[in-house]
Design a protein around this ligand. Structure first.
Ligand SMILES: *[C@@H]1O[C@H](CO)[C@@H](O)[C@H](O)[C@H]1NC(C)=O
Ligand SMILES: *[C@@H]1O[C@H](CO)[C@@H](O)[C@H](O)[C@H]1NC(C)=O
Ligand SMILES: *[C@@H]1O[C@H](CO)[C@@H](O)[C@H](O)[C@H]1NC(C)=O
Length: 285
């Protein structure tokens, strides 16, 4: 029977100290990957076994008595192809396919050779979302500079890296800026000369990348446009009015003590609401 020599082959691996090399292979969900059965020059393969070691221990493919076999009941059943050069192709890959693999080969003189590989399967990064926040300006200086925060976000897939790029041909790199929270937030100061300058947020992981681009000056401009209240206006109007109303409410509550407590609470909540909102004007690209 075929199974007995296969088992003895595995037993052999368990008993003998044999050469092991390690390699890392990176791939993307939906793609396929070639696990190469590397071996020393002149190594004439008589038998080979591909196994998954972790997260589950499974037999994936064998080369035995000149025939290639992949129909083992592993999680890669139907997704594994053993090539005649003994490299194992897996695909289409799923996100749970990351793991450690080994190939044990025996040459015509009975010398074993084992190689282990680590496969890492990543999701392709989605397009990030960039939000523009305009910071409040001090009204002492009517200068046209605009303090901007750019925030970049991509869904929580693992090992993601954020970086920023100023999209211009005129400049050498970025002007003074600050980065926060692992590069997810960029703070920049824009002048009228930066009117057309676009910024890109680039998200990447080891196998893919994507970007989103905004022109933050447009948002500064919006803020000053007639009919749209800037945060400054909101502060100038809402704060005194709501303070006044709050005082009136408190005073009348104190003065007209028998009135219902619930009503007081409602008026209070309505008037104070705008004050507690996000202190930044938000603009989606
Ligand atoms: C082995 O065969 C596959 C499929 O024909 C090929 O893509 C690959 O380049 C070959 N060589 C090695 C070293 O895997
Ligand atoms: C998988 O292989 C890597 C690299 O060889 C090793 O560091 C890691 O400990 C292995 N993981 C398990 C669970 O065996
Ligand atoms: C983000 O992580 C949470 C918890 O780990 C998970 O439930 C959710 O599906 C993830 N979202 C995305 C888009 O991957």
């Amino acid at each position: 029977m075929v199974m007995r020599p296969l088992w003895s082959l595995l037993l052999w691996e368990a008993l003998l100290p044999i050469t092991v090399t390690g390699a890392q292979v990176l791939s993307k969900v939906g793609g396929s990957v070639l696990l190469v059965a590397a071996r020393p020059p002149g190594f004439q393969v008589r038998e080979a076994i591909w196994r998954s070691l972790w997260p589950s221990e499974e037999l994936l493919a064998t080369f035995f008595r000149g025939s290639l076999e992949t129909l083992y009941h592993s999680r890669f059943l139907g997704r594994a192809q053993l090539h005649s050069n003994l490299s194992l192709e897996l695909g289409p890959l799923e996100s749970g396919d990351s793991g450690n693999f080994s190939v044990l080969m025996v040459d015509t003189r009975g010398q074993p050779w084992t190689q282990t590989l680590q496969l890492k399967v990543y999701d392709a990064v989605p397009r990030p979302v960039v939000q523009v926040f305009i910071a409040v300006e001090r009204d002492a200086q009517p200068s046209k500079t605009c303090q901007v925060f750019l925030s970049c976000w991509a869904p929580n897939i693992s090992e993601i890296t954020y970086s920023w790029r100023r999209e211009t041909t005129m400049d050498f790199g970025m002007e003074p800026h600050s980065l926060f929270t692992d590069g997810q937030v960029l703070s920049i100061s824009l002048g009228p000369g930066d009117r057309d300058v676009a910024y890109s947020c680039i998200v990447s992981n080891p196998v893919s990348w994507d970007l989103a681009t905004v022109t933050p000056w447009d948002s500064c401009h919006h803020e000053a446009a007639p009919g749209k209240a800037s945060y400054k206006d909101v502060l100038l109007v809402v704060v005194p009015v709501s303070l006044l109303l709050m005082l009136v409410t408190l005073f009348s509550a104190w003065h007209w003590c028998p009135c219902s407590g619930k009503k007081k609470k409602d008026v209070h909540a309505d008037r104070v609401g705008p004050e507690t909102e996000n202190p930044l004007v938000q603009d989606l690209p």
